[in-house]
Write a protein that binds this ligand. Structure first.
Ligand SMILES: O=C(O)CCC(=O)CC(=O)O
Length: 262
């Protein structure tokens, strides 16, 4: 467990693997922390330097007053990667983490060899939808949204398993202000034009039962980048790294090999 003060926020991060290994950076979704990646990391090729962090308002990172902007979320990870001397990483972002990936690629392509846009899009939802969600969190906390979020995050099959409770706990025990702050950042983001200008190896991953970023939406964003690849994971919702970790790790490992990272 490590902490880095960017000047604006204290970010909790963790590094697994050798200091000199090819670097893979993971950015997680709204309402989750870095444990989102626990199911897949043991299945990735040995020798990688795996960097995870909790974005502002999430996990063990500090929770500045909101609302947040996408620019601030991108700058947070940019400063962390500069602090760690990262260059040439593969950046894996899920949902809002995938928006951060797009923003970072536009701003600092020198940091990235390739990116994975998992269960994400250039634009997610509408400002009115996010306003309603932020108002609901302010009135009743994230708990007020939790049952609906579970329906979007997980397939019907997974929602019947005892493991669901763990992920629901992660969501509702997070900071309400962090959830609302990051919701505002998503609301204000439309990356269609900047993402279409990107030229780097990109893999899109979607879950067939994703109620937040359905496969067509993920594909539309991935297709903005010429030469990108796309993979659909069946029997999974918004968090396929949780529901189908073996397939997710295999697809990611193949991509890492394809871009010469292993
Ligand atoms: O998961 C994210 O980062 C944003 C997309 C979303 O709204 C997830 C959800 O449906 O709760």
């Amino acid at each position: 467990m490590k902490m880095f003060d960017t000047g604006d926020v204290r970010l909790h991060y963790r590094i697994d693997g050798p200091d000199d290994g090819p670097t893979v950076v993971f950015a997680n979704s709204l309402g989750t922390d870095m444990r989102l990646w626990d199911p897949i990391l043991p299945m990735l090729p040995a020798g990688l330097r795996l960097i995870r962090y909790d974005k502002r308002g999430h996990g063990l990172s500090s929770c500045p007053d909101g609302p947040y902007s996408m620019g601030a979320l991108v700058t947070d990870v940019e400063r962390l990667l500069d602090h760690l001397g990262v260059k040439d990483c593969v950046f894996v972002g899920l949902s809002i983490g995938g928006m951060i990936a797009q923003g970072l690629a536009v701003k600092r392509l020198d940091l990235m060899r390739a990116m994975v846009l998992s269960n994400t899009a250039a634009k997610i939802g509408t400002p009115a939808m996010w306003d309603d969600r932020i108002a609901a969190v302010k009135a009743g906390g994230v708990e007020a949204l939790a049952d609906a979020v579970m329906e979007r995050w997980f397939s019907a099959g997974f929602r019947k398993t005892p493991e669901l409770e763990l992920w629901r706990n992660m969501l509702v025990r997070g900071e309400d202000a962090g959830y609302a702050g990051c919701s505002a950042a998503i609301s204000g983001t439309d990356f269609y034009s900047p993402t279409a200008s990107l030229r780097l190896p990109t893999l899109g991953i979607a879950g067939a039962e994703d109620g937040s970023t359905p496969p067509d939406l993920v594909r539309e964003t991935t297709d903005l980048i010429p030469g990108s690849k796309f993979h659909l994971i069946r029997k999974a919702g918004h968090l396929p790294c949780v529901e189908q970790p073996v397939e997710y790790a295999a697809v990611l490992s193949d991509f890492l090999k394809g871009v010469g990272h292993v």
